[in-house]
Design a protein around this ligand. Structure first.
Ligand code: SF4
Length: 364
């Protein structure tokens, strides 16, 4: 897999989707020696079920553990340190990780209880948990979601879980962005398997999941977080740590020259998730007919941005979206399926950032 590749798979069989992304990326071949220490670093910021939009789905861990077992890897651990206000042991239970760790013989490592040492992170001294520092190959497994302080959170910020609590507190006193960028010069990001199943609109701790039903694969954490900005309707400049990490040599923000590898097509289907009041409030500005999950989720993120900008006030004509509009005419729609409309945004699916720009212009 190349550093500018972005692997995308849609669906609801999350375990199989994770395995297919890892196969496509050739992770086993890249790790090489089967005796190497491999770790999975999910996002268990809080003790909540993944359906809340806060934590990594257990099915992704299950798919990854099965993939590694089938390729002969035996030294595999799941490691995480929850945020300062929560307990990692409770988070392991709430997310259902204990059962899968037992099933696949993977050790659960609570990094909140680990020893740690300082490391030079390109001009900033940062303490890293010792067990995380020992790993030969780290599979970072963040949730693509919003964050009330840093706007978005995904690969780069997920590595806050490999530092001790005292360091997490210090990061907050330093405004988060600069230390997160420096942290990623020492924390491993060998492969990034992103849970883009139902990440939250704008809170790290979940509560308003937006269904996308996707799993993504990256080699570059900066490219990953830049793409996340596109997906959620933000500019990379809205999240300062992304460009800071790029300047430190961690990766590239150039999503324009990324190589997208689609493993299947998105399909319209019934969602198993219930919309919260907040998401329902945004959904009333849409008129969906057989919309694919990622397309509809992108529109919800775009409407949330427009709501923040005060652009939704007084808007009466809903935005049409979905395969049910193919060959039809109408007022305003997003996505290739609405190309017969008076005003329509191209793309299949269009990115949320493009939806924001299109709707802002058409409505003004
Ligand atoms: S444009 Fe139509 S087919 Fe393409 S992702 Fe959106 S709803 Fe699906």
């Amino acid at each position: 897999m190349e550093k500018n590749d972005i692997i995308i798979i849609h669906g609801t069989d999350y375990k199989e989707m994770a395995k297919k992304v890892l196969e496509q990326a050739g992770v086993a071949e890249e790790i090489g020696d089967r005796k190497k220490k491999v770790a999975l670093k999910p996002n268990l910021v809080v003790a909540k079920d993944p359906s809340s939009g806060a934590t990594t789905h257990r099915e992704l861990l299950e798919g990854t553990l099965e993939y590694l077992r089938d390729h002969g890897f035996e030294n595999v651990a799941i490691m995480e340190g929850s945020w300062v206000g929560d307990n990692t042991q409770s988070a392991f239970s709430a997310a259902g990780y204990r059962e899968i760790a037992k099933k696949y013989g993977a050790e659960l490592v609570d990094l909140q209880r680990d020893s740690f040492h300082p490391h030079d992170a390109r001009g900033m001294e940062i303490c890293l948990c010792d067990r995380a520092a020992e790993v030969d190959y780290m599979i970072n497994m963040p949730v693509l979601k919003g964050h009330c302080q840093t706007t978005v959170t995904c690969a780069l910020k997920n590595n806050k879980g490999v530092i001790p609590n005292k360091e997490k507190r210090r990061f907050h006193t330093m405004g988060l962005h600069k230390p997160i960028a420096h942290l990623n010069t020492i924390a491993r990001n060998d492969f990034i398997l992103v849970d883009n199943i139902c990440g939250d609109l704008d809170f790290e701790e979940g509560g308003n999941p937006v269904v996308m039903n996707r799993v993504l694969g990256f080699k570059d954490p900066v490219l990953c977080d830049s793409y996340v900005c596109d997906c959620m309707g933000y500019s990379v400049d809205d999240v300062p740590y992304i460009r800071m990490a790029e300047r430190l040599g961690v990766g590239s923000t150039d999503t324009e020259h990324a190589n997208f590898i689609y493993l299947n097509e998105d399909k319209a289907g019934k969602s198993r998730f219930r919309m919260t009041h907040r998401v329902q409030g945004l959904a009333k500005y849409t008129d969906a007919k057989d919309a694919c999950s990622a397309c509809y989720g992108s529109l919800i993120y775009a409407l949330d941005r427009l709501n923040d900008m005060g652009e939704l006030r007084g808007k009466k004509t809903p935005v049409c979206i979905g395969q049910g509009y193919k060959g039809q005419t109408g007022e305003i729609g997003v996505g290739q399926c609405t190309c017969g409309f008076k005003k329509s945004l191209k793309g299949c699916p269009p990115k949320a950032i493009d939806m924001v720009r299109f709707l802002e212009e058409e409505w003004s």
